[in-house]
Write a protein that binds this ligand. Sequence first.
Ligand code: SF4
Length: 465
Amino acid sequence: MDQDLTRPGELNEACGVCGGFAADQPLAFLTCFSLYALQHRGQESAGIAAGPGEGRKMWLKRGMGLVSDVFPDSADLKGIVCRLALGHVRYSYGDGGRSPENVQPLKLRYRHGELAVIHNGNLLNTVKLRSELERQGAIFQTDTDSELLAHMVARQGSSNLEEALAEVAPRLKGAFAFIVSDGRKVIGLRDGYGFRPLSLASLDGGGYFMASETCAFDTIGANFIRDVEPGEMVVLDEEGVHSRQFIANPCSKLCVFEYIYFARPDSNLQGKNVHLVRRELGRQLARQHPVDADIVSGVPDSSIAAASGFAEEAGLPYEMGLVKNRYIGRTFIKPTQKMRQEGVDIKLNPVKKIVEGKRVVLVDDSIVRGTTSVKLIKIMLRAGAREVHLRISSPPVKGSCYYGIDIPNAQDLIAYNRQVEDMPALTGADSVGYLTMDETVEAVGLPAEKLCRACFTGDYPLLDE
Ligand code: SF4
């Protein structure tokens, strides 16, 4: 399944965050480049807040669209004098989610100055916390959890942002990676389960930087130090970096989908490189679901690593059976009614000379609604493939996500109330095979209890607490 804007996927990430503190660096410019690296996590809006320091207002620019739409002249950002900056790319879901007022960073004024807030994730107790504040007279201008946190900090009363956050953060229930600044320091917080990733790096020449994924560090030449721990607050300021735990008994539940599909292949999460994990998922898939075939092809781009792993393990040639057109935007409408009815996907085109007359193993990284798989099998057969064997390098998604990932309702999922035996008839493939959760976890190489697997297993952390 593909997540980028040339082929809207069935599943979407909810945001990318980054931010840092450094005295002598073009931080707004570096933040912009980090956002380019995080663009796959959200394409609806982008923004940067940058702080010049004590007593002066923070600079803010944000807007709808890609990073390149909002910051067309990124070199101009070099001229912004600042010692801290926060950056955000957003994927929004729900009716209110796409409103321009929800674009981040949010910048608000309170009695101790300014606050800039960004986040990735989803709080489970938003409604309760918001209504408590509204009963006390708070007026909300956005639907975001970032604004909720800002209100909570403002009400807490302390002029010390770190103390205020340490007081209010334990009341937040759900998945979050927040980065907050008052113009004096930059503070990153990760929820007690660490559902959403956040890592820390140092900058050459001094200073520190945090980002949702380590690929953002490579883009700006930052040096990875470590992942921010679940339940940890990391503070970047003039003194350097220090941290504290803000909840007792945190336990890691990083979203397993980060490895399967969301994160960029050049990122490392919990010490595991995403590309290598995906290749191992493909190898595992070949061991569990071998098939007599001529070639292996992956759905570009996110399934290519798994497909190459499958091919290696099966001893079959990896071929580029599908090519992606990267230049078709989200709003593109197919030119004829016939093309629309036949579900022709002009963003993915088969290479006829490759697939004609062949028995093709088509590897995709996940199966959600199944509409993409059905379409791809059709276009492979239309291109002359003799057989198409669908192999999925994860288990079928069986339920929603409450932790910030946009997954369709359970009844819209292809695996809802269905078995693997039903899949060939449902997808049009000659055979279908996918990994079990145990096989997936084994390939990821982390203990199962350190990963959130809820949308596959139905075992949702936090929901019954
Ligand atoms: Fe990730 Fe699924 Fe857990 Fe959501 S429910 S955090 S998508 S594993």
